[in-house]
Design a binder for this molecule. Structure first.
Ligand code: ZN
Length: 191
């Protein structure tokens, strides 16, 4: 498992609900937490590791020692959004790129945990922002899509660099073609 970089097609995939919470899924989540901490992240969505699942995980502290701050969101739904606030974001699939994104200030999110139990969280500030960012990932939406045109324009060169690197890896066959990657995503969708 590895974190895929923009413009990998997994990052543009609208993921499907998970139908089975089992030992395999728990192993997947453990691996994802490991990858997230290695990359100094505070959230990671299944799409970012090439899995078309409605699943993401968050630890707003980014500290593996603070395991009580770890949250796993399975088939999440943001059921309420209040207020609006701009803040700086980054993304493990666009390393070293940061920019301002306007998000709801407070949200209420429903999800299932790894035992298959439903839960509801009311979130504010950073946790609210991280969950909105990750929830976008499972719909195939990236934080650069939510930047203002001028903010995106200022970062156009960096974004293009990611595209150039990815396309050149495809041309040397270090990375499969978009068509092949999409075929794999389709096969991995929960049944
Ligand atoms: Zn991200």
């Amino acid at each position: 498992m590895e974190i895929v970089l923009y413009p990998h097609p997994a990052l543009r995939w609208k993921s499907k609900p998970i139908t089975q919470i089992d030992a395999e899924l728990r192993r997947t989540v453990d691996e994802m937490f490991e990858l997230m901490y290695e990359a100094n992240g505070i959230g990671l969505a299944a799409n970012q590791v090439g899995l078309p699942y409605r699943l993401f995980l968050v630890n707003p502290t980014g500290d593996p020692e603070e395991a009580d701050q770890e949250f796993v969101f399975i088939n999440p739904e943001i059921v309420s959004r209040k207020g609006s606030v701009e803040g700086e974001e980054g993304c493990l699939s666009l390393p070293e790129l940061y920019g301002p994104v306007r998000r709801a200030k407070q949200i209420v999110v429903d999800a299932f945990d790894l035992s298959g139990e439903p839960y509801t969280l009311e979130l504010d500030d950073l946790p609210s922002r991280v969950v909105q960012h990750e929830n976008d990932h499972i719909d195939g939406v990236m934080f650069i899509d939510r930047m203002t045109d001028s903010a995106k324009r200022e970062r156009a060169d960096r974004i293009e660099e990611f595209e150039t690197v990815f396309r050149s890896q495809q041309s040397t066959q270090d990375v499969a073609s978009d068509e092949e990657l999409k075929k794999r995503l389709k096969e991995l969708e929960p049944k």
